[in-house]
Design a protein around this ligand. Sequence first.
Ligand code: ADP
Length: 484
Amino acid sequence: MKRIGINSLSTLKTESEITQADTSKGYILFDSDLKVFSMDEGAREMLGLTNQTVTGCFLPNLLKKDAYKILLNYIYSVIQEDLFVQEDIKVSEHPVQWYNMIIHPIGKNSYSLLLVDINQQKKLIETKRKLQDIFEGSHVGIIIIDNKGKIIELNPAAGCIFGVKSEKLNGENINNFVSKTNEVPLKEHWIHLLKYGKAKDNEYIIIRPDKSKRIISFSASKNIYEGHHLIIFHDLTLQKNIQDSLIIERNEAERASKTKTNFLAMIGHELRTPLNSIIGYSQVLEEDKREPLTDKQKTRLAKILSSSRHLMQLINNILELIRIDTKTETINANIKTVRIKSAISESLQAVKSNADDSDISLHIEKDVEDISINIDPIRLQQVLVNLLNNAIKYNKNKGTVTLYWRVDGRYLAIFVKDTGLGIPFEHQENIFEPFYRINHPSYNIEGTGIGLTLVKQNVLEMKGTVGVSSIEGTGSTFWIKVPI
Ligand code: ADP
């Protein structure tokens, strides 16, 4: 049984204490045989007995619902033991219904039962408890001060931020306290904050009693109740430390990347000169009519030339990649009005001998519209030549490459379709990354893994997009979409 005060009237709440904030209450008077001799309107309403005669009725008959059993138990105790009982009882869960009940004898053989609806009070208590939990458990520091700056309440997180036990600060004036703990007194800042609703600066450094530093920011709400103000402190130290170390790491990574880029650019330029000589002298040997080469020598020289050209392409691609990546020499867009068919035919022309060597046929789809477009033709050609060369290189024997386009409002979409190896789905996103190559087991195809990266970079510089759809074993269609 809950608290029952035996004749301890001093511990009882007074009736006016209970009823002052209240809307409904009800009285029942009854005798020791539990016969009701008076029940007011409030009690009838609470117990759902408004249309019923109650005077002379046996009280347990009126309190039949299970929920009232608890009430009856208290009534029996009072009658048997001549007690004063006061208790908060919950008589229903859905909807929640709380009463405060006082039962006591009021003379010989008569008893009074007062029921007061305390649902509102209970809700307030519950809300207060929840707020208290938030206050206590919050990671942000919360301090409530009065008009004079006296600390009325602060939560453990605030104590933690300032490195002091929160009890120690209760009652202290925030002006004295913050100036003790700060390099720059916070006083003027929080006064400004309360006056204007925002802090003067974003972050402040505080020194804790153990000399450690914390970086904090704070905000405030004026007059949350009766001249009390709320100041909320955020500890930014960890976040700042992480940010600082990220900046250091990023700077280091950038420095390392710059060194690598410079090195690659320097090596690239240095290699081009001797490589040009190798290619040049090989060509002289190849074409020398006075001292012609034997067939065996010609085959070997062809290998030297092919490898040198491949190496030269690799170096050129790397240098182009560095240029685009570091944007050192941004090529200004050179937009011209051109006929789309002739711009595309030029790219086809540039790869024709490659296609012939590999026995691949090149086509432009029939019925495509030939219109004027505004575009940088050089960049467009760089992109198309790369895509066409791949479509030739990764094609099947006697395969075909078909080019077609569609104009959609301000955009031009160009498609390069081949009948080649296709690209497994899991590689399709990655092939635009630098040096990403797929190992085609049945083909040994030379490449640098930079071509598509250059395509993507160029298309991005044209403010366009690029993509591929492909079926392994059937072929691929690369597309670009650029504004015109
Ligand atoms: P490279 O051709 O020099 O290897 P790319 O960047 O041009 O470099 O292409 C990256 C990879 O994408 C290639 O290694 C190849 O595996 C795949 N690829 C590109 N184009 C095609 C294509 N048309 N068909 C099949 N695979 C392709």
